[in-house]
Design a protein around this ligand. Sequence first.
Ligand SMILES: [Zn+2]
Length: 182
Amino acid sequence: MKDDLRIPLDRIPDEGLDVNIEIKPDMLKVEDNENLPLSGAKLTGRLERLGAAKAVFRGRAIGELTVECSLGLALFPLPVDEPITVYFQSPPSAEEVPEGEVECEEADLEVYYLRDTDIVDLVNPVRDQLLLAVPIQPRCPGECLGEDPELCRRLREGEGIGTEENIDPRWASLRGWGQAES
Ligand SMILES: [Zn+2]
């Protein structure tokens, strides 16, 4: 399955190759890292050869990552829709010392090396781009009060956070907060 994201250069026709791949979490597994908590993901775009040992992929990765709230440990789904443009080229050979000069047709491009000299490996670019989509301090969408994962969960699922008779004193000051907001 992982092979779906590894495309030999000679499978790319002159006119380019349309890419439309359903991404399963284990397809992005790198060594001993855990699977990304990814669901409903796909990679779409187009792969083109730029020469004997160069290629470019332009497309996007779409899906949903399960992310932990940085304040309350609650898990919530984070929709991702990330553009990906990545160039592939041969790794520099040992005798060819890089002089700090890279030919770039576009600014800010991502360059990865071809795997085994002739395979476009989309695993790392896609994984890296999805990870970049996660904020450094993720917050539950909407009402997040942090501090208490159970509270985050209940807010997220639309449950009440207490009743007039039986309210946790810690949240007493929140009475009327919901009404005032709506
Ligand atoms: Zn939260």
